[in-house]
Design a protein. Sequence first.
Length: 368
Amino acid sequence: MKTKAAALGFDLCGIAPAVTPPGYPSFLEWLHRGHAGEMHYLPNRREAYEHPRHVLPDVKSVIMVALNYRTEEPQPTAPGQGRVARYAWGEADYHDVIKSRLKKLANVLHDAVPGCHTRPIVDTAPLLERDFARLAGLGWFGKNTVLINKWKGSYLFLGALLTDIELPVDQPHLSGHCGTCTRCLEACPTDALVGPYELDARKCISYLTIELKAEIPIELRDGIGDWMFGCDICQEVCPWNRDGARAIHQPEDERKRLSRSGEFEPKDDLNPADCVELLRMAPDEFRKRFKKSPLNRPKRAGLLRNAAIVLGNTGERSHLAALEHATSDEEPLIREAAAWAIERIQSRIANPCSPDREGGDDVKATQP
């Protein structure tokens, strides 16, 4: 299975037993604290996360795979530009890429054991993928709550193939390798990492710019900085993603540490993105441009809301016309964010020496 997984382009593959994930009690506590925000699909299916049998009856094994999406380095942004999380730079949706490969991997099992049952999973089913990735030996949980692999870092997509075949399992990766490092906690501009290994999604820039469908709270907008879609800060500062630290553990040259999947090669207009162009994008043009892109998840209303907030944080006088145009948009979410951004820019113009940030001088930088 691992040989076939590698041939299909997966960077990591391991096998875990179909058991109640060790992190299930912590997951329930996390939900109880309200840290899931408005991601209601999580508490609504809380019981289903208790065991993978709720996803595939009679499941015996969970084959976990990881796909590296690290490509080139992020380009610096200028006023009017917004940063996009690395995973969304390419044209393809990772769900489609991974599921297609998992189906091919499932065919290997069906050929070997006719009549067996399998189910490929990429995010959408009630399965604690990170827990099973750790049980399959793919890595450990960083203090930023992301799965980290010693050789590949943390820029990884996860996928699972459930089967009712009992397969030999791998040694779980139960120990961590973060030591006393707290760079991710210190770097988060919105203090979403409320403690080691604990994320309050309600403060997370990725949640705010992708999952939240309502207005972004005023007190968190300054911390968003120039992040228009998602956020990579807690991964960018991680030593396991930095070449100097990882060279000790991986003698390969840099090219071998990058993604081998061409689907994730960045498009020129997403690293970084043009917020002004987005604000002038009509609904039909938006659908055509982002139909198959991860940037379609927050829909046009959410993405243009984000673009307006980025301009509010970093924009200049020349960006006011695009924001004025957005105040007449059909979406209330866009109109509100544009009006807020105009007020911010005008305040900077009127008081060039006075910071207009709600958080004052203590607000953390969004660039690591």
